[in-house]
Design a protein around this ligand. Structure first.
Ligand SMILES: Cc1cc2nc3c(=O)[nH]c(=O)nc-3n(C[C@H](O)[C@H](O)[C@H](O)COP(=O)(O)O)c2cc1C
Length: 225
């Protein structure tokens, strides 16, 4: 009896070891591109290539530096026509943007918004509303991490409130809010002076610390670290 139990235990642990070996070799044999974790950054300023886009890019660069399997892409909504949600889906630029969020390799998001009246921009709100098709019939974004980048022209200009507003929206998608490593606990908060963030050393550090954390969490949740 004792021998039988030992034999059973041995067989059980041997099959666990075999399974582990199979999954390791399966991972090693992944087809090119399958090990990729893509982080999408979205700049929700109507002004293309301005401070919000630059701050999101800084966060994406930091996310990419975490691991060679991380790929990043900036989607700059500046100049695009994106209407709010309506019962008749509007025929606008969202049709080229939305498919990127269905990418099976999508591991996380970094959403950037300028502070407008201590809140997120109208463009950010329209864009986030138009992600609604990603909630039904399937919660496509559920369980994926996201971080928020905000830029204002004033110190204490409402950056943290804008972050909370974006977080409240993406919680409706089942996404996981991620802050940055210190000192970016809530997210990236930048100060624009004369339309530039280049001198905002602390703000740029928060963008990097946020991007790094989003990259790390995305890898972990995809089971790749
Ligand atoms: C309509 C409007 C409202 C704004 N409200 C605020 C605000 O409440 N707090 C703040 O810090 N900056 C405010 N700003 C300044 C912008 O947040 C700041 O210039 C930001 O860098 C713009 O981002 P962009 O360069 O990507 O367009 C406001 C700008 C506009 C156009």
């Amino acid at each position: 009896m004792k021998d039988q139990i030992n034999r059973r235990n041995f067989l059980a642990s041997a099959s666990v070891a075999a399974l582990a070996a199979t999954s390791t070799s399966a991972r090693a044999a992944e087809a090119p591109g399958q090990g990729i974790v893509r982080i999408l950054g979205v700049s929700c300023s109507p002004r293309k290539g301005m401070t919000t886009a630059k701050a999101v890019q800084a966060a994406l660069d930091a996310a990419k530096s975490v691991d060679t399997r991380i790929q990043t892409e900036l989607i700059d909504l500046g100049g695009l026509n994106i209407a709010p949600w309506s019962p008749q889906p509007p025929d606008d630029d969202m049709k080229t943007v939305l498919p990127k969020f269905r990418d099976p390799a999508l591991g996380g998001l970094i959403i950037g918004t300028p502070c407008y009246f201590r809140s997120l921009s109208g463009l950010a709100k329209c864009f986030l509303e138009r992600l609604a098709p990603l909630r039904e019939p399937q919660m496509v974004l559920a369980g994926k991490p996201f971080g928020v980048v905000t830029v204002g022209a004033f110190r204490n200009g409402g950056q943290e409130m804008a972050i909370e507003q974006v977080q409240a929206i993406l919680l409706c998608f089942g996404m996981i809010p991620v802050g940055g490593h210190a000192p970016a606990f809530q997210g990236a908060t930048l100060l624009s002076t004369k339309d530039s963030i280049a001198d905002d050393e602390l703000g740029l550090k928060t963008a990097a610390q946020l991007g790094k954390h989003v990259g790390e969490v995305a890898l972990r949740l995809e089971g790749k670290s």
